[in-house]
Ligand binder design. Structure first.
Ligand code: AMP
Length: 397
């Protein structure tokens, strides 16, 4: 793997694609700086070598060109504090001033470019736009795993202009290594825990995992489609009616492949979608009309925990219930704790998929107690599905 460790950046200008798409509050204060912190080791290595750094990222989804709300200038103060260097800012990611500011950078200096998505060419993967960006640096580094599944100008198209000078940053490298470890070097028993709202988002991954895992646990909103397909009553719980047949097929496939597919045996139901709803535990598939399932029940917790704790490899993607509400976080928290226990007591390798599972494990303060928490939601899913990510291919190819 072509990582930045293979290059001495002394007197070079490194153009780094980072994922600084951080959440901001109404006063443009960063509410979670995890994505910035994740890129710091790469930035530090380049500065330590005696190079300079040009950072490029997107922020949000601006629709109509430059918009103050989506300006990366809002992160400048925090970014400077985190890097420990006063970061300069180019208020356009291409154009004369960006070219001049980049050319004027001295070793040890850092320049942040304005939001790439102020140009529609970025998401279109426009070659001419990528070429303009490429003029700003001597070396291209990709450290934005969160957007590696997109063939955007700055994430993949640009690499062709650096045929002999393109590298993975440390974050990208460890994301790929950890995903590979799960896909190709999993110690058994290997258990995948799938949750979240929709079956449709995760079908491809579930199918792929059926060739790899010993146990497949399914919880969260997607479990109700399975329950309904098996003839159960699910009240007003989440249902993807058109995926019922597919759920039954997945159950059959699991059987044929000898995979232990584990669905919730009970569920916590609520009379409304609210933290203060009336709630009770019922057997799966026995939900009264007008009630909805918002968490797995205590028997499922025990069942899932038992399997998880005996595993040597764990992949977790998607919460077991509506963990954002205190009343319905029990199942997700119990699964998180079991993953931690397996990691500590059983020496398991545990990979937490990005997105909501990462948010859940952070909410419970257990981020540092598992083997790896991915920063990529969609990117990790696609990698696990066996797709070649454009951002990875661009550096490897
Ligand atoms: P996903 O993005 O597919 O991983 O789904 C994550 C979302 O699924 C979270 O916001 C959860 O609140 C939601 N979720 C999990 N279980 C349920 C459920 N039983 N009913 C409704 N939403 C759920």
């Amino acid at each position: 793997m072509n990582t930045i460790d293979q290059f001495d950046f002394k007197d070079k200008k490194a153009l780094i694609r980072v994922d600084f798409n951080v959440p901001l509050d109404d006063e443009f204060k960063i509410t979670d700086d995890k994505r910035i912190r994740a890129a710091l080791p790469t930035i530090s290595k380049i500065l330590k070598d005696g190079g300079s750094v040009i950072l490029m990222s997107h922020l949000g989804r601006p629709k109509d060109g430059p918009t103050d709300k989506y300006s990366l200038k809002h992160i400048l103060t925090d970014l400077s504090a985190l890097i420990g260097v006063e970061v300069k800012f180019a208020d356009d990611c291409i154009g004369e001033s960006a070219v001049k500011q980049s050319a004027d950078l001295k070793p040890g200096e850092v320049l942040l470019l304005e939001n790439l998505r102020f140009y529609k060419e970025e998401e279109k993967g426009d070659v001419a736009f990528a070429e303009k960006l490429s003029k700003l640096g001597d070396v291209y580094v990709n450290d934005a795993f969160g957007t590696a599944h997109r063939a955007h100008a700055s994430t993949s198209i640009i690499a062709q202009f650096f045929p002999d000078a393109k590298y993975f940053g440390y974050l990208m490298a460890s994301e790929v290594e950890n995903a590979e470890k799960i896909l190709n070097h999993a110690e058994r028993p290997f258990t995948a825990i799938m949750g979240g709202a929709k079956v449709s988002d995760k079908i491809l991954l579930i199918e792929k995992l059926l060739d790899k895992v010993d146990n497949l646990i399914i919880g969260g909103g997607m479990a109700y489609t399975f329950a309904k397909a098996q003839g159960g009553e699910i009240g007003t719980s989440l249902l993807e009616a058109d995926k019922q047949e597919l759920s039954l097929e997945l159950i059959e496939k699991a059987k044929a492949k000898g995979v232990n597919l584990i669905l919730p045996v009970d569920t916590v139901i609520a009379d409304k979608f609210a933290n203060d709803a009336d709630k009770k535990d019922v057997t799966s598939g026995q939900i009264p009309a007008d009630w909805m399932g918002l968490d797995i029940g205590p028997k499922s917790v025990e069942l899932f925990q038992d399997v998880i704790k005996k595993s040597k490899t764990l992949l977790w993607n998607g919460p077991m219930g509506v963990f954002e509400m205190e009343s319905f976080q029990v199942g997700t928290k119990a699964v998180a704790e079991a993953v931690v226990a397996a990691t500590k007591d059983n020496g398991a390798f545990s990979l937490i998929g990005g997105g909501d599972s990462a948010a859940a494990i952070a909410k419970f303060g257990l981020e540092d107690e598992v083997s790896y928490v991915s920063t990529g939601g969609g990117a990790l899913l696609e990698y696990m599905e066996g797709k070649e990510l454009p951002g990875v291919k661009a550096i490897n190819g």
